[in-house]
Design a protein around this ligand. Sequence first.
Ligand code: DON
Length: 345
Amino acid sequence: MTTRYPQVASRRIAALVLALFILVPAAASGQAIPSAQVLNRVVQEAHAKFRNVSDGANADYIPELAKVPSELFGVVIVTARGETYAAGDVDYAFTIQSVSKPFTAALVMQQQGSAAAVAEKIGVEPTGLPFNSIMATQILKPVSVNPLVNSGAIAAVSLVKAAGQEERFQAILDFYQRLAGDKLTVIEDVYRSEAATNQRNRAHSYILAVNDRIYSDPLEAVDVYTRQCSIGVTARQLAMMGATLANAGANPVSGERVLETRYVPKVLAIMMMAGFYNESGMWAYTAGLPAKTGVGGGIVAVVPGKMAIVGFSPRVNEAGNSVRAMKAIEYISDQLGVGVFGSGR
Ligand code: DON
């Protein structure tokens, strides 16, 4: 063939060499990450576009959350190379709340040395029900819960290896700090406020306990979970935690490998299916990104291999998801065409 069509063969070789020159350096240097100019533009636009949206209200079933200034609004992208693009209130520390849940699930996978342990001991099916649904917890078998609803998150905390309550919380805090590459502290007022009003979570924990699906003392697990939810993060810090997932488990700034790469797809899969509770389907349909919300107003979305996008705004909708943060991330995902199922533009 090469003797009959020498010019075709040489053109093929030339094309192959050209492709290698283009594709290999592109993959190696992460060229698929949009330029600094584009990232900065979409962050500024998302902030400007939605800053005047006032739909939703601060969560108030945790009384202290009602006191957080509702006007706060921040948008941040941190890339898998560690560059940050920010607009608005990105240095205000708010409680991480349910955005913590995938990170503790990640810690459990890593400590257990198996992603299967989370599937077996907690479950990974989306419930399609609100985050605190007692009904979802009651129909444990065959429909198990997942680590992103309250009951599954309490079960995840109970699986964190530690000699006791304080050590269990410290293991969680230490893991989050390594993900963020920064020191984090509990916002004590919110912790006390939730600890005094979390009867429903205690009910979840006892239902799990009678079904042999909680793995430490049930009330102790709720207390550690409540402290975990009260850890303060800025939008910037949360975005770095997300960027560590985007960067296959290594913090892009400190360089530390915090989570083994093999667990990252498992964590992202749960986020994709259940990160928005009973709104997870719509979120997949609109933003197309694995993400997690919290009633503190934070949302982190992960674009694997590229970046984390964080929105923070305290006003949440009925499902407990921040209205402006959702809009900002949906906008950025759409503008950049980075939804994991492809661009919908
Ligand atoms: O357990 C709770 O109810 C809160 N600490 C966390 C709930 C939450 O963030 C729901 N997310 N949107």
